[in-house]
Design a binder for this molecule. Sequence first.
Ligand code: COA
Length: 316
Amino acid sequence: MTYYSRVIGTGGYLPEKVLTNEEISKTVDTSDSWIYERTGIKSRHIAGADETASSMAEIAARQAIEMAQIDPETIDLIIVATGTPDRVYPSTGCLLQKRLGVKHAVAFDVQAACSGSIFGLSIADQYIKSGAAKTVLVVGSEVCSRIIDWTDRTTCILFGDGAGAILLTASEQQGILSTHIHSDGEYEELLYCPTSTEQQAGYISMRGNEVFKVAVNTLGRIVDETLEANDLNQSHVDWLVPHQANSRIIAATAKKLKLSMDQVIMTLEDQGNTSSASVLLAFNEGVRDGRIQRGQVVLLEAFGAGFTWGSALIKY
Ligand code: COA
């Protein structure tokens, strides 16, 4: 018997502190209008000094567990996507496992930059479909603010902090219909963050304009690949839940899907790019405010450093 991975819970957490474009304009040479017109971002959340990827992940995960109304002990696998782990090791997955007190789960991290949650969903789906796991928690959690050079106006305007979570369980009912993930390490120099063991400081470095062009083309291709794999067309998709990097990139993907922007879950304006957390934060928002309904088809997609990119088509 092959099982589907069915979504039974979602959660999200955003730190209390909000940093607006106006505030950033006081420290670097930029303006609210430039940032908003080029990116669609107005503000972002910034983690407090005592917050970490695992502390934010815990809050999002507990919300997902509460929604699913399951005993946390039934979780067999915890996957945390993060590019800003608490420590190099133990993994943030292990630290989350400890925080949740889920003794029997296997826990590890996935590092695929902004595509991390989609990679996590893909791994979770393989485990569930193969019968290797029954209930899987996938979390994307990021403190991007700690790997940003706050004097670099080309990157500091873009990113924010937060965590999103999704809980999946094996079901005979449809759930994840397919996932598609890809990588191309050739693009390292366009977007990278050195480790603290390298000579440079550990800040994000990006050639934004070049990243933008590749992202638009690549996300267009992943839409085609996902629909073709399921023998569906654009009209079958009810919602687009995109990675929230730039409103113009998102609009291009929506156009490709022939979706109006009303069918796109947008969190970018108040959250910025929360890297691996962004897709799960947006999915959680759409589920909790009632826009995404049971039985609807939702396309999640992301693109990030590596480059990495991917999609998950979910019948919610
Ligand atoms: N405020 C004002 N001016 C700025 C600025 C800022 N915050 N950041 C850059 N500029 C300037 C540049 O210096 C450049 O000036 P110049 O023409 O005098 O050299 C000009 O604005 C245009 O820069 P450019 O990089 O071409 O702008 P853009 O339209 O490509 O917008 C991004 C920049 C970063 C918003 C956009 O490229 C982007 O979103 N890229 C994709 C990012 C992404 O998806 N990254 C993550 C993948 S997960």
